[in-house]
Design a protein around this ligand. Structure first.
Ligand SMILES: Cc1cc2nc3c(=O)[nH]c(=O)nc-3n(C[C@H](O)[C@H](O)[C@H](O)COP(=O)(O)OP(=O)(O)OC[C@H]3O[C@@H](n4cnc5c(N)ncnc54)[C@H](O)[C@@H]3O)c2cc1C
Length: 320
């Protein structure tokens, strides 16, 4: 009977900036790893990132993903398409089994979840084109600099809209908070909006764009044009594989880890946007470096053998 293949040292789930960087590190540590990816990285939405270290003239999200993938594959990383539907952990051996939607299974000593989040997007005709043209932006930390002095709106439930609008006042004198749903602001936030000169507008009935700016029609039938709209409608942390194993998840559906990126489940690590904290490319690749190094250091040592060495005695020969 054929012997079952030994478990991988590490299975990486997700090939965004986090998972691809982890693959580069693990392969360069001469570890047996594999990446499985469903192909929906948030980074693919980025028209051009200007805060990604090492790209002084900016980099498109798709170009960055291609470069990170080439770098990992250049060292021999194996990356396959697929969506992991279930993750199990043997209570005795601690070995993980991941099962893809098509039934393919992999066993691994450690697993890295690099599954990201999925943004809740506004209902808007031509949303992809609006993001590509930078009239809708998804991340103020990432790109508010590029929107400096624009006429900006934040579209969100009112308290969230005010918090983000006040943050954006660093970049523009003209920032409004547009309600995505009915509701009155917390009195302290209402005072903050007045102090910061942020206009708090009624609930939007519709949001459209013409490629150069966005137009909200509000419930009072007024129309308002903005150069840039930031929707802040939340996101779904892709944490369910970890949560099913008992990993601690915060109120946003993001996974909590220790300072080596290990979750509350032994051998299960989480990196990138799926982890509690700032959702940024530089954070995702930093998490990846920390997790991959911690995993390498916990695995049995993989000392390099001398490829020229011959067994000295018959006793050292492998049995047939
Ligand atoms: C419009 C926009 C602009 C942005 N601009 C910037 C910027 O300028 N600078 C910056 O730092 N950040 C920016 N970001 C944020 C940045 O894209 C994310 O921080 C980054 O992509 C996170 O990387 P990640 O690897 O954690 O997750 P992702 O890149 O989201 O990758 C997760 C991967 O896991 C896969 N996956 C999920 N579940 C499974 C499963 N069960 N099985 C297999 N695969 C799975 C997904 O399909 C996806 O491919 C922007 C985001 C958006 C939307």
């Amino acid at each position: 009977m054929a012997e079952a293949a030994a478990p991988l040292d590490c299975l990486v789930i997700g090939a965004g900036p986090a998972g691809l960087t982890a693959a580069t590190y693990l392969t360069r540590f001469h570890r047996r790893s594999l990446v499985v990816d469903a192909g929906r990285s948030r980074a693919r939405w980025i028209p051009k990132s200007h805060n990604c270290p090492g790209f002084p003239f900016g980099v498109a999200g798709t170009e960055l993903l291609d470069k990170l993938r080439s770098q990992a594959q250049g060292y021999g990383a194996e990356i396959v398409s697929g969506c992991i539907a279930k993750l199990e952990r043997d209570a005795v051996t601690g070995v993980f089994t991941a099962i893809a939607e098509d039934g393919t299974r992999w066993e691994a000593t450690c697993v890295i979840l690099a599954t990201g989040i999925v943004d809740k997007m506004p209902a808007m005709p031509g949303l992809e084109e609006a993001i590509a043209n930078n009239v809708v932006r998804m991340c103020a930390v990432c790109d508010a600099y590029e929107a400096s002095d624009d006429h900006i709106a934040v579209y969100a439930p009112v308290d969230e809209a005010i918090r983000h609008a006040v943050f954006l006042r660093t970049f523009s004198r003209s920032v409004a908070a547009v309600r995505s749903e009915p509701g009155e602001p917390d009195p302290e936030l209402a005072a903050l909006a007045r102090e910061a000169k942020v206009a708090v507008l009624p609930v939007a009935k519709s949001l459209e764009h013409d490629g150069r700016c966005c137009v909200f029609k509000l419930e009072d039938d007024s129309a308002h044009r903005f150069d840039t709209v930031y929707p802040v409608l939340g996101g779904d942390g892709q944490s369910k594989l970890g949560a099913a194993l008992g990993a601690t998840v915060d109120g946003n559906g993001e996974i909590e880890t220790d300072d080596r990126q290990q979750t509350s489940v032994d051998g299960l690590y989480a990196i990138g946007d799926v982890v509690t904290g700032l959702n940024q490319i530089s954070v995702a690749v930093g998490h990846a470096a920390v997790a991959a190094t911690a995993i390498h250091n916990r695995l049995p040592r993989n000392f390099r053998e001398d490829p020229e060495a011959q067994p000295e005695t018959a006793a050292e020969l492998p049995s047939p």
